[in-house]
Design a protein around this ligand. Structure first.
Ligand code: THU
Length: 142
């Protein structure tokens, strides 16, 4: 697997570690599907875990937890996101998370990792090639 161009191998390893640590703090009593995310923005790292709720629809994904932390700290240019899940298969961010990530980093790198290593690395546009933006909001007749 190639290293995303923004990152040294050591920096990527740090983000993976951070995401694994966040995954350990996931609150997933309903699905038992624990996710950890670590986001690099402005040279700073932010992490997040999925937080479920007895009212299932209120669950927040790990990626969005990390994204909210970064934006709340004033960082709006996302560079790299590492997502750590369990098992042997990579698990990309869900569609809702991809749309939220696109708001702050159309060109960002998304790295999918598991308990024992990195599965693959993608550009956000590969995972969400036609993100919604308000640029298309107004047509000529409005
Ligand atoms: N989940 C994430 O944290 N990220 C995703 O991109 C997809 C799903 C969480 C939500 C829920 O707690 C569990 O995984 C099962 O859907």
């Amino acid at each position: 697997m190639s290293t995303p161009r923004e990152l040294t191998a050591a920096a990527l390893e740090e983000l993976v570690k951070l995401a694994r640590l966040a995954r350990e703090r996931a609150y997933a009593p309903y699905s038992q599907f624990r996710v950890g995310a670590a986001l690099l923005a402005g040279g700073q790292a932010f992490s997040g875990a999925n937080v479920e709720n007895a009212s299932y629809g209120l669950t927040v994904c790990a990626e969005r937890t990390a994204a909210m932390a970064a934006v709340s700290a004033g960082l709006r240019q996302f560079e790299v996101l590492v997502v750590v899940t369990g098992g042997t298969e990579p698990s990309p961010p869900c569609g809702a998370c991809l749309q939220v990530l696109a708001e702050f980093g159309q060109g960002m790198t998304v790295v999918l990792a598991g308990p024992h290593g990195v599965h693959g690395s993608y550009r956000l546009e590969q995972l969400l090639p036609y993100a919604f933006t308000l640029d298309r909001e107004r047509g000529p007749d409005e």
